[in-house]
Ligand binder design. Structure first.
Ligand SMILES: *Cc1c(COP(=O)(O)O)cnc(C)c1O
Length: 486
């Protein structure tokens, strides 16, 4: 399948090149124009496979240049998740919760960041075997650890993660600074997350993607098609489980509610639909940063607002980058329009889509949001009503799902995507349940486990005892030097 920039047909790339480059030279995102037409994908056959088999089939279809996808999938996932089903589907009340956080770092990001390093390493082997790829990542918490784990000891790659000093939770910090592996570096930066991200962007600008012969720089963020494609798989997994349980017949529509930040997760659901999966509505759930809710309601995307710090921090985002791909697909591949809107967003801070495109988009999506008080109340309600312990991000989706259900009650099966373990946000979850929030986050994890009877995931349980391997702290002006140091 061939890829090109969302902003211009001039920038084309094979799937492998798109994975290696991450972003197109004009700042656009890689997309396959073939997705504008009917795709000849055997989605029914795909549903009959195991989870890893589905991953192999979907990824081979989208990235056919890789000849050995089965091997790459196996290296990424086999034995690394709590089970090789990857993402279990749990029945909760009259809905279903798809648990995406059963990976090696208890983050939903594990699904994509286990696969991306394999795709990148294999692309490197075929296209630029002598180069070493250095992954630069700024993180506000979860992405850093999942990326470290995914790239740990992957041949030909090295990863360097920057996090804000004092700006991540104790658990997130412990996860990162205890990371083993011969090709990993972790460094705290005296500044906030934006400083880290700006530093990484400046480093890319200074170094180029290819600074010196033999050295390449890339990123692990969610605009890479190699991070997006693996996320399509769990939409199929959920659908297959619903068929097996007899809840649906093959061909019935299923609605999915997705706690959304950068619009990657939910866009993967749209890709699943384009591959033929009978997806009903994709419901976009936002926290109090309701920039997407407003977009769907009004047709204007407006980032000119204060970012609110919420208890679901992975969704505290004002620019949802992957929406750009939806504009491309929804408009039938109108690159000029996409380029113009992205320029308006950059220069003026907002853009408005025409009614025709908005109604096309609204055919596939629904939306809703959930504020801080409602998030806590939903965690409590899920626990009191169903005995299901969920985290803050999942609670945002659960509340939006409940409201969606109330307006549209036609018996369509509904799947809530759950993106984090409740033990990664023990303070907020305990508070919602009225539990004792004394001590540090590790104490709170223990308390939460005690009162709920739900075990702490193994990778989080032993964190406090593990040796700290990464102690570097630098000023924000020193990031480039730090990157070049080795
Ligand atoms: C990244 C993340 C999200 C948002 O996913 P997007 O693909 O950015 O929309 C939601 N919840 C958690 C816990 C996450 O880590």
């Amino acid at each position: 399948m061939e890829y090109q920039s969302t902003r211009s047909a001039r920038y084309r790339a094979s799937g492998m090149e798109a994975v290696l480059n991450g972003i197109a030279p004009d700042g656009g995102l890689y997309i396959a124009p073939a997705m504008l037409g009917a795709l000849n994908f055997d989605w029914r056959g795909c549903l009959k496979k195991s989870s890893l088999g589905m991953a192999e089939m979907i990824l081979s279809f989208l990235l056919p240049e890789y000849g050995n996808m089965g091997e790459l999938v196996s290296r990424a996932y086999a034995g690394k998740f709590e089970s090789d089903e990857l993402t279990p589907l749990v029945s909760v009340g009259d809905s279903y919760v798809l648990e995406l956080f059963r990976g090696p770092t208890s983050a939903f990001k594990d699904v994509a960041l286990s696969m991306l390093p394999q795709l990148m390493s294999a692309a490197r082997e075929k296209l630029c075997n002598d180069d070493k790829i250095t992954i630069l990542t700024a993180t506000s918490g979860d992405t850093g650890k999942a990326a470290l784990q995914g790239f740990c000891d992957v041949p030909g790659t090295e990863i360097c993660v920057f996090y804000p000093y004092g700006g991540v939770s104790a658990v997130q910090r412990a996860q990162m600074v205890t990371q083993e592996g011969g090709n990993v570096r972790v460094c705290a930066v005296r500044g906030n997350f934006d400083d880290c991200q700006t530093g990484v962007k400046q480093a890319f600008a200074a170094l180029g993607t290819r600074s010196a012969p033999g050295l390449r720089y890339s990123s692990a963020n969610s605009i890479n098609i190699g991070r997006l494609a693996p996320q399509i798989v769990y939409y199929f997994i959920a659908y297959a489980r619903l068929m097996e349980s007899g809840r649906i017949n093959c061909g019935d529509k299923v609605d999915y509610v997705v706690p959304t930040g950068n619009f990657g997760d939910i866009l993967a659901g749209y890709f699943a639909k384009l591959l033929g999966l009978p997806v009903g509505k994709l419901v976009c759930a936002s926290n109090s940063n309701r920039v997407l809710t407003d977009f769907f309601e009004t047709g204007t995307y407006d980032k000119r607002r204060e970012l609110r710090r919420s208890s679901s921090p992975s969704m505290d985002i004002l620019v949802s980058s992957n929406l750009e791909r939806l504009l491309y697909l929804g408009s039938g591949g109108d690159c000029d329009m996409v380029a113009e809107k992205m320029r308006e967003l950059y220069e003026k801070g907002f853009y408005t889509l025409d009614d025709c495109l908005m109604s096309k988009i609204r055919e596939s999506f629904s939306w809703g949001c959930c504020d801080e008080a409602e998030t806590g109340a939903e965690i409590r309600r899920m626990w009191d009503t169903y005995g299901y312990l969920c985290d803050t991000h999942t609670a945002v989706a659960a509340k939006v799902a409940r409201e969606y259900r109330e307006t549209k009650n036609d018996g369509t099966a509904l799947v809530i995507l759950s993106t984090a373990s409740p033990f990664k946000f023990p303070a907020a979850v305990l508070k919602a349940l009225g539990g004792d929030t004394q001590g540090d986050e590790f104490d709170m994890m223990a308390t939460l486990s005690e009162i709920s009877g739900v075990p702490i995931p193994r990778n989080l349980l032993n964190l406090r005892q593990k040796a700290e391997l990464h102690r570097d702290v630098i000023d924000r002006g020193d990031m480039l030097d730090y990157i070049l140091k080795r």
